[in-house]
Design a protein around this ligand. Structure first.
Ligand code: DSN
Length: 500
């Protein structure tokens, strides 16, 4: 990089036209490029990729440039194990302030009694929640009986007994194939190894949660934790009903609202559909519908505060102070009327898209959606989810294949496509664009056929998309994205010229 792109930009633009967000972006890239020009180039190429592909992944979004700015600084240098005013390192006063602001913002946003904003990911947040519940419900009574407060003081025999009881508790969560998450007791995940894990499924007939059946199962199993929440369930959940079931079977009610936290924050899900009101412990990632930085939080009733605050050393290492700062910014953004409008549009768009896909002859799991996502059954096209995902990707649409309940094609090939509206709604798209997206999806799916391997054998992964349809679909995607530009403050051509 011979010349400074920042100086070039400032020399080219008149003072009143200087865009501070763009200045900050160029300055940041210029710093990066001084050491890693290829990294700066990849950041710019990723901007181009995200601008030229229609993002339909239900779990992704675009956080604000303000949120991104809060992450790129010296806060990353600080260790801050512990929690505000109770740290294992000196010099944490500013981190205390940042973490406290983020936690207070989260509490206010969700109406929670307590917020713990350190988890780095949803899987971490769920582990913190699991171990906080185990600490509160299994470990604390043992310690009380022994009149002891410090685990280090237990005899080897007492410690062995405690470990056995901690490791044999029951978890009842939504089955992975019914839309539950890996961390909800899937056998390949640590959750199924640390718990005696049981699953409930959606109804085979309706694809919906059957609360009476869940209650019956919960009364038989009597789990320590009754868990609900999902990664791929297109309907609202009645958390009041889950509370009743948990109370009846003596379970702690935990909700993983990672996918729909933005709909809770934006007051789309209220009353019986608001998990924070009904659950003992709620976890969420911060980067999906919530539109913050990549990370997670735990919310809980006051009774769990002391246990959740021990997330480090219980599960986590040092928190990421720069990400906690970005969480605070995102939570402030989510406490605005504009964000509530956004959340409402996410659901309106999903409903319109699902209805239009059905009007155009596609099969939508459960016949529609109440949230930000829908599942298309692609078996009517003779395709696997994997083939449909590839076909969409070849036509400029980024989404993911997904198992459908009781899917004969398993978790790898699958029979479904999961589609979400959070990102396209952030771009500003509305009802007309949903209809256009449905038209493009139909165009691609009806024009796709299963492909063959190089040896001419039928393949569950290969797909052939009619070339004319592909050209038409790509043109239509580009036309849409040309009208709804990601981060319009950023001049991509300038960035490419400067850094690629
Ligand atoms: N990977 C997330 C999703 O796509 O739903 C869940 O962890």
């Amino acid at each position: 990089m011979k010349n400074s792109p920042l100086k070039t930009y400032l020399a080219e633009v008149s003072a009143e036209k200087i865009n501070t967000a763009f200045v900050s972006y160029i300055a940041n890239l210029e710093q990066v490029a001084q050491v890693g020009p290829e990294i700066a180039a990849s950041i710019v190429k990723e901007l181009e990729a995200q601008r030229t592909h229609l993002k339909l992944i239900a779990s992704e979004n675009y956080c604000s440039l303000n949120t991104q700015a809060a992450m790129g600084n010296l806060l990353t240098d600080k260790y801050a194990e512990g929690f505000p005013s109770h740290r294992y390192y000196g010099g944490c006063e500013n981190i205390d302030d940042i973490e406290s602001v983020a936690a207070e913002e989260a509490k206010a946003l969700f109406g929670a009694e307590h917020a713990y904003v350190q988890p780095h990911s949803g899987a971490d947040a769920n582990l913190v929640a699991y171990w906080a519940i185990l600490s509160a419900k299994i470990e604390a009574p043992v310690l009380e009986k022994l009149n002891e407060t410090n685990l280090a003081n237990l005899t080897d025999e007492q410690w062995a007994d405690l470990r056995v009881s901690l490791g044999n508790q029951k978890l009842l969560g939504l089955d992975y194939y019914s839309g539950g998450h890996l961390t909800h007791g899937y056998r390949q995940n640590v959750s199924a190894r640390m718990f005696d894990a049981h699953s409930y499924t959606v109804s085979k007939e309706t694809g919906l949660l059957d609360y009476d059946a869940i209650e019956k199962q919960a009364m038989e199993i009597k789990p320590l934790i009754l868990l609900t929440g999902y990664s791929a369930y297109p309907r609202a959940i009645n958390f009041r009903r889950f509370r009743e079931i948990a109370d009846k079977c003596g379970a702690v009610l935990m909700v993983d609202m990672a996918h729909f936290a933005g709909l809770v924050a934006g007051k789309v899900f209220t009353g019986d559909e608001d998990p924070v009101k009904w659950a003992d412990v709620v976890t969420t990632t911060t980067h999906k519908t919530l539109r913050g930085p990549r990370g997670a939080i735990v919310l809980c009733k006051a009774a769990f505060t002391d246990y959740v605050n021990k997330g480090c050393p219980l599960v986590l290492g040092g928190p990421l102070p720069h990400v906690m700062a970005a969480k605070a910014i995102a939570f402030k953004e989510a406490r605005t009327p504009a964000y509530q409008d956004y959340a409402k549009s996410v659901r309106d768009n999903a409903r319109i898209l699902a209805a239009e896909l059905q009007n155009l002859g596609m099969t939508i799991q459960t016949g529609g959606t109440d949230n930000h996502l829908m599942l298309i059954n692609v078996t009517q096209f003779g395709l696997t989810g994997r083939q449909a995902e590839t076909a969409m990707s070849e036509c400029g649409m980024t989404l993911n294949r997904n198992s459908l309940p009781f899917d004969p094609n398993g978790a790898w090939w699958t029979s479904g496509l999961r589609i979400g509206t959070p990102a396209i709604t952030t771009l500003g798209m509305g009802p007309a664009e949903m209809k256009e997206i449905a038209r493009i999806i139909k165009l691609v799916l009806f024009a796709s056929k299963p492909g063959k391997t190089d040896k001419g054998v039928a393949s569950k992964g290969r797909v052939v998309v009619d070339e004319d349809a592909k050209t038409e679909a790509i043109a239509a995607v580009n036309a849409l994205l040309g009208k709804f530009v990601l981060y319009p403050e950023l001049d991509l051509e300038f960035l490419k010229k400067s850094f690629c």
